[in-house]
Structures are given as C-alpha cells and as structure tokens.
Design a protein around this ligand. Structure first.
Ligand code: 5AD
Ligand code: SF4
Length: 494
C-alpha cells in the first residue's frame, strides 16, 4: 500500500513552491498526497521564520501533532523550511514529537532521511548550498486551481537587510538555469495552466552565466538577466499570463519595465517593498536606497506603464524609528497611492544585523499605534485605487468559484485585484439572438429567427476562462463586474 504525505506550507509563496518540489521528490518514493493530516503517514510542516509570530503559529501546530500521533503510532512528523534551518537540532530537543528536520537546500536527501526515521531514529539535514536550485525537478502541483502556478527562478538572498532572517535561513543567492525555467513553463501550458508567477527573494538580481562582478562565466553561452528571462518567458509562452515576485527597489531596472510594457502577457503589477518612507530608517535597515531613489523608481514604473498596479511591504517601529520617520512613511504612502500593502510590526530576529547592532527601542504600544495608522492609510489608498477602476473594462482570468457564493466566480485582472463576476451569463447569447433577429429582419422576415438561432446554452464561466469585464463597483478588497464579451469563446453555440 502506498504511503501518504500531508504538507502544510506557512509563510511566503516560495514555501508553497518548495512544498511542490518536496511532493515531487516524495512521489518518486511512492508517497501520495493525503487529503488531511489525519489521513497521513507523514506530516511535513514547511515553516517560516520571518517574524516571531509566524514561528509561534508553527510551534502551536507542532504541539497539535502530539494528538495526531496518539491516534496513529506510525505517524512521522517533519519540520522543513526556514524554522528548520534556523533552529536545527534544537527543534528535536524542544519538540519530542518531531522526527525529522530538513532545511530548504536539503530536500533531495529526504529519501535517506526518511529511511533513518523509518528505523526509529531522528534525522536532520540543514546544510545550505551555493548551487542547489532543484532545477530539473518537476514540481507536483499541490492544492492547485489548475489555472495559476508558481515557478521558482532563484533561491536565497545576498542583500542582508538588517531586519531579515532570510539570508540565514535560505543561504546565498543563486539563479536557476533559464532553459529549465522555460521547460517548466511550457509544461504548465501543456497541462492547461494560464498564468505563472516567477518567484525569487529578489528577482531583479536574477543572473545566468555571469557572476556578481559582471564577469561572464562561459563566453560561448548567452548571458541572461531578469529582463531577458521575462522576455524569453513571454515570447516562448505567449498564451501564458506572467507575473513575478519580489522586486527590490535598489535593483529594479528600466530594462525590466520596458520589457513589461512591451509584452501584453506580462501582468501590469509590481510588488515593490519600501519597508519605510524615511531615508534615515532605510539606512539603518541597510536597504541600499533612500526615499528619493524609491520615489524615482515609482515614477519610472508610471512612465512605462501608467496603468500598472503597485503594492508594497511596510514595517512599523523599526529600531530608532521616530514620529517624524513614521510620518514620512505615511506621507510616502499618500504620494505613491499603493493598490495594496502588507504591513507588519517590527519583530527582532536572532542573528540579524539589527539584533546584533541595533536596540529594539520602539515600545510595543507605539509600534501597534503606528501600524494601525499605516493600515488605516492603506485602506483609504486601496479604496481610492479600486474606485478608480469602476467603469473600465478589464481582462479577467477566472480562477474559481467565489468563496462567498456559488453564484459567482472570482478571478484577477492584470493589476492583480480580485474581480467577482456572475457565474452564469446569458448576455452573449441574448446579443447573438438579437443579431440573428436583425439578420432575419434585414432578409425581409417579420417573424422571429429560426430556432437554431435561439439561445441554447447559458454561459457558465469556468476556471481558466479569460473574460472582458466591465467593472461596476469596488470595495477596498475587490472589484465586481459584468462580462461584456468572451475572449476565448468557451463552450457556447448559437
Ligand atoms: N519584522 C517585521 N517584518 C519583517 N519582514 C521581514 N523581516 C521582518 C521582521 N523582522 C517583512 C518585510 C518583508 C516581508 C516579507 O516581511 O516587510 O518584505
Ligand atoms: Fe518566511 Fe522569509 Fe522563509 Fe519565506 S523566505 S518562509 S517569508 S522566512
């Protein structure tokens, strides 16, 4: 009988993508995906260390594994990802329920580690690598809607932002072979997927066949930077919508913006984390840019793509942040007018530059109040941006049935806002019937058109359909609209 694995992903999209690589490695060992942790022989938690709260959530979940193990003595529990890397053997000592600890670069060793675990031992591999990209591993898509997928293009991060644990948990930056990226995208097209998100901690520093100093490694081979990779993906897979995440303001080039503007299938949406609107705080954060540089990058985006949506990450209450710094952040938010933002209270992480050098000196209640003000400001911004879309016609890729009501579908426009549309439309059928009637009248008939011109089907929108939608109303979180014409003419005959 085949064994079953249940993988839970916490944290960023990269972890979701890594879990799919893990599922692929385990599938070769005869593991199938379990529908729930209760049904599994192996539960893997792919974890996040980015904030203390993220780790706390996972530690609680690990405790719950005791109950599952009580009901299933054979169950094995593993911790993967950033917490595995950060806490290493300590996890096995503090949490007896854990059998297996595997860092983000060690997933290929899972088969051997599971053998050890099978023979009753505990197993750990948290070695980081300078080369591992899991390039040729074909991910097994988990919890997929069959429409959108993640494709990892690089791993690790060399930036050393003072607040960030990622360089310690995911190691040095390395890029994946562009040919393996394109092969994965082509396979996704063949499998019916309609959209990919290219993932990396800092996609703008993607580079292939060239080192950080600009020296070409193999003169016989082409050099590929992120703009080249975007262009190659857009032209190799013209039927795919392409997104990417995450950009870094210090590295985002005009070349990337120019490629985005030129290709209709590259979505007009950029996630550009600012972290703070104060140049002094940005310096303490070691971000490599100041407020003016950031605002110039925003202006560049708007120059190339006036309709591009922009989102951001903001940290409230970083070390040394004054009221004036905080007001600079609010002011920058008002200037940029972000479509969306992810907003956090600063949380000190072990080993980081800030933990070693800077006192975490903004009191908890001040952090809380500043975060609340930032969230409030963003609510206003989001509502303004979304209201601006009302009346426009947007191309929407349908992803699934709305969670609120089975009478509606949800999808996204190029700007990445969620758009809710009715699940069934009769509009095109009616339009065609009217057209048929006009034809009959033109032909001299005063009667209704023959029955084969009458509507036979009501249009049901399905995941993967691309529809033109007139936006009729907006909230801060989503848009509502009415389809105005099918783009890919799904199953309808009239
Ligand atoms: N405290 C709070 N937020 C953090 N982030 C990263 N590290 C921390 C931290 N120590 C936020 C940043 C980053 C996002 C993924 O998480 O805004 O862009
Ligand atoms: Fe969390 Fe960062 Fe690791 Fe992603 S890379 S899982 S956000 S700590």
């Amino acid at each position: 009988m085949s064994k079953k694995v249940y993988i839970e992903s916490y944290g960023c999209q990269m972890n979701v993508s890594d879990s799919e690589v893990v599922a692929s490695i385990l599938a070769k060992q005869g593991y199938q995906a379990a529908a729930s942790a209760e049904e599994a022989d192996l539960v893997l938690l792919n974890t996040c260390s980015v904030r203390e709260k993220a780790e706390y959530t996972v530690l609680q979940r690990i405790n719950e594994m005791n109950r599952l193990k009580a009901g299933n003595k054979e169950l094995k529990v593993g911790v993967l990802g950033c917490m595995a890397e950060r806490m290493k053997e300590q996890l096995l000592v503090e949490k007896k329920v854990v059998d297996l600890v595997v860092g983000p670069d060690a997933y290929r060793s899972l088969p051997q580690l599971l053998d050890e675990v099978g023979s009753g031992q505990k197993a750990v591999n948290v070695l980081l690598s300078r080369e591992e990209t899991y390039g040729e591993i074909v991910p097994v898509r988990l919890n997929s809607n069959g429409v959108t997928a993640f494709v990892t293009i690089m791993r690790g991060c060399d930036n050393m932002c003072a607040f960030c644990v990622v360089p310690f948990t995911r190691g040095r930056e390395r890029s994946r072979d562009p040919q393996s990226i394109l092969a994965e995208c082509r396979q996704l097209v063949a499998d019916g997927y309609k959209e990919v998100t290219l993932l990396g901690q800092n996609v703008d520093s993607y580079r292939w066949n060239i080192d950080a100093r600009g020296n070409v490694k193999n003169p016989g081979e082409p050099v590929t930077d992120f703009a080249d990779l975007l262009e190659m993906t857009a032209t190799t897979c013209p039927e795919l919508r392409i997104r990417y995440s995450t950009s870094h303001p210090k590295d985002m080039t005009d070349k990337v913006l120019e490629v985005m503007a030129r290709h209709e299938n590259i979505c007009k949406y950029i996630h550009l984390p600012v972290q703070s609107g104060s140049s002094a705080v940005l310096k303490h954060m070691n971000r490599g840019y100041d407020r003016e540089w950031y605002l110039e990058r925003i202006a560049a985006i708007r120059r190339y793509m006036p309709d591009c949506a922009i989102s951001t990450d903001i940290i409230a209450g970083f070390c040394g942040e004054t009221e004036a710094d905080h007001r600079d952040t609010l002011d920058l938010m008002a200037q940029v007018g972000y479509d969306m933002a992810f907003m956090f209270k600063y949380s000190e992480r072990p080993k980081t530059l800030a933990a070693r050098k800077l006192p975490d000196d903004v009191p908890e209640e001040v952090k809380g109040r500043r975060l609340a003000e930032i969230i409030e400001a963003q609510k206003t911004n989001s509502a303004k941006r979304m209201a601006g879309y009302v009346g426009q016609v947007h191309e929407v890729l349908v992803e699934g049935v709305s969670k609120r009501s089975a009478e509606f579908m949800y999808g996204r426009n190029t700007q990445n806002s969620v758009v809710i549309v009715p699940r069934y439309s009769t509009q095109f059928v009616v339009r065609r019937a009217q057209a048929a009637m006009e034809d009959c009248h033109r032909a001299g008939s005063r009667s209704f058109p023959p029955t084969n011109h009458e509507p036979r089907t009501i249009q049901e929108w399905r995941p993967g359909d691309l529809i033109q939608v007139r936006i009729t109303s907006a909230t801060a979180g989503s848009l509502q609209g009415e389809p105005v014409a099918p783009v890919n003419e799904p199953a309808m005959q009239a």
